[in-house]
Design a protein around this ligand. Structure first.
Ligand SMILES: [Zn+2]
Ligand SMILES: [Zn+2]
Ligand SMILES: [Zn+2]
Length: 124
């Protein structure tokens, strides 16, 4: 797969799906931003309160707010930040959204809700 993305912190080429920079000197946390559609660094801007709330992160590239995709939280293969901040937070990042519409929303939706339900129960 072509490594056409860069770590914003050290300019090291990184994989589209990387959650941490492969440069041993950097090791910055990476996520795929649904706003600017690029791999980015992120920082916590708002801690989640409440049962279904998710921490909000700010994209280092576009300064817009995102939340970790449910697939990522549930331990799935995803490093996406879903769009958040205005109105309702999106449950899934843009790549999982398109994957969900390919596979069929119901199947993926149910498996994610099941995984998330387990996650919430564990936290209590
Ligand atoms: Zn880096
Ligand atoms: Zn962004
Ligand atoms: Zn996702």
């Amino acid at each position: 797969m072509a490594k056409d993305h860069q770590c914003p912190a050290c300019k090291n080429p990184v994989d589209r799906a990387a959650t941490i920079c492969s440069n041993p000197e950097c090791r910055a946390e990476l996520a795929f931003c649904s706003h600017c559609c690029d791999v980015t660094n992120y920082r916590l801007v708002k801690e989640a309160h409440g049962r279904l709330a998710r921490n909000q992160y700010e994209c280092a590239r576009c300064q817009r707010v995102g939340v970790k995709c449910l697939t990522w939280i549930a331990g799935g293969y995803c490093n996406g930040l879903a769009r958040a901040g205005s109105g309702i937070d999106r449950p899934l990042c843009s790549s999982c959204m398109s994957r969900a519409s390919e596979i069929g929303r119901s199947v993926l939706g149910w498996s994610i809700m099941g995984a998330l339900g387990g996650l919430l129960r564990r936290r209590k």
